[in-house]
Design a protein around this ligand. Structure first.
Ligand code: CLR
Length: 424
């Protein structure tokens, strides 16, 4: 075991996890496990392969297509969306390990913190266009981040929000994700609902934490097709880490029997995966490569230099804390964090005194408890038989987690159009 793992700061951190109240952000961690990056930045992981996110646009139905052609094309687009989803996972769940040596504790965004940037079109023919990211901390207790990823050229909008609830079990931290992503291809008149998988953090005893995905994620298409992803760590499907199996069904009804799968995909989401027709598991020897996560590097988001940023922009607001973390200066980290936290506390106090509520900048909380209300989301919820409630992502309707309010964060484009202070 490493020195770090045996250090008193790590063992006391482990003890505090064992007795904590569920809010990971409230834990004081030793400096070597702190990341200089705020959680509000993590929204960028959804689009580090913009070409894959745009791909369904290039698989449109041909004019006067017959029914079977339309069916075939919507299946192709669903496969493309599944490929994009798999392509996000390495960035989402492995990038801290790859860039900083282990999973880290991100900075806990303050209410109203924003993070924005863009991906330039790297294609030769210019058909991808620029993709913009807007990320905003819409709640602090509990932490919730909302985001909008918009590509004007292809009229494509990915929006979503996420929060977590965690618990501790003997050697790992179990994390349930709340929220979802909604994908709209306006030119295709097609929508997708993406749910977020549960995960657990392993490697705590040895002070080298890493994430393992578990359980299920769904992608429901407005065409009816549904993709069911099953995740597992080392040793369940095979001896390899980060494995998954995905099955695509004609609709939720046919998904009750695995034999009904039209397409089966399997492999490692951080490595190679394969695809085959029908319900048999594809093999690396005889079947087609579905995705290779190591083949193309993630495209980096372009973010303005800090001195051009607004006070609410993540990297600017946290710059002194981030510097202190990079220097591993524990006292300075503490001092700079306290400054920020006190400022926030004062702001909230002033708001309370004058009876003003903090207004979110680009997102609205929409209450779906009125069952006569209809939009793309309610349509996808009905198709998928998933819960409409704000409960663990991917919970089924009528299941044991189907409870809570029915409020979800949605992007409000007119708020962004009227934005005068924050620039991309
Ligand atoms: C945030 C939303 C992203 C996907 C994602 C990836 C990693 C998760 C993160 C989410 C939430 C915060 C998280 C992190 C891994 C570790 C970190 C759970 C879900 C916790 C707070 C860190 C705990 C401290 C350990 C390093 C011991 O789309």
């Amino acid at each position: 075991m490493s020195n770090v793992a045996q250090s008193s700061s790590w063992t006391s951190f482990l003890k505090s996890i064992a007795s904590f109240n569920g809010d990971l952000s409230s834990l004081t961690a030793p400096p070597f496990i702190l990341s200089p990056t705020s959680l509000s930045e993590y929204s960028k992981y959804w689009s580090e392969h913009p070409d894959l996110l745009m791909e369904p646009n290039f698989l449109a139905n041909s004019e006067n297509a017959e029914k079977y052609e339309i069916e075939a094309m919507s299946l192709k687009r669903t496969i493309a969306v599944a490929r994009w989803f798999i392509s996000t996972l390495r960035s989402q769940y492995c990038s801290r390990n790859e860039n900083m040596g282990s999973e880290k504790k991100p900075l806990n965004p303050f209410l109203g913190e924003v993070f924005v940037g863009k991906w330039q079109d790297l294609s030769k023919d210019g058909k991808i266009g620029t993709t913009n990211l807007l990320s905003e901390q819409v709640s602090h207790h509990p932490p919730v981040t909302a985001y909008s990823i918009y590509n004007e050229k292809n009229n494509t909008l990915l929006q979503g929000y996420n929060g977590i609830r965690s618990s501790f079990s003997t050697t790992s931290i179990n994390v349930k994700q709340y929220g979802h992503a909604l994908l709209n291809y306006q030119n295709l008149n097609e929508d997708y609902l993406v749910t977020l998988p549960p995960l657990h953090i392993e490697g705590l005893i040895t002070a080298s934490p890493f994430v393992e995905l578990e359980g299920t994620s769904y992608i429901q298409a407005s065409s009816g097709y549904i993709v069911v992803f099953e995740f597992s760590g080392r040793g369940y499907f095979s001896g390899k880490k980060n494995t998954f199996k995905a099955r695509i069904y004609r609709d939720i009804l046919s998904s009750s029997n695995k034999e009904n799968a039209l397409v089966t995909i399997s492999g490692q989401w951080s490595g190679k995966s394969y695809i085959a027709k029908g319900s048999t598991t594809p093999s690396s020897k005889s079947d087609e490569l579905f995705y290779d996560a190591q083949y193309k590097k993630p495209e980096e988001l372009i973010v303005k230099p800090i001195d051009e940023q607004h006070e609410l922009e993540s990297r600017k607001a946290w710059s002194k804390v981030a510097e202190a973390i990079k220097k591993s200066d524990y006292d300075l980290i503490h001092v700079e964090k306290l400054k920020l936290e006190n400022e926030q506390r004062d702001l909230r106090k002033k708001e309370q005194e004058s009876d003003i509520k903090w207004e979110t900048r680009w997102f609205d909380s929409i209450d779906y408890s009125d069952s006569s209300y209809r939009d793309a989301f309610t349509n996808l919820i009905n198709l998928s038989n998933l819960s409409i409630k704000n409960c663990p992502s991917g919970s089924v309707k009528g299941g044991k987690y189907d409870s809570g309010d029915a409020k979800h964060w949605r992007f409000n484009p007119s708020k962004w159009q009227n934005e005068s202070e924050i620039k991309l």
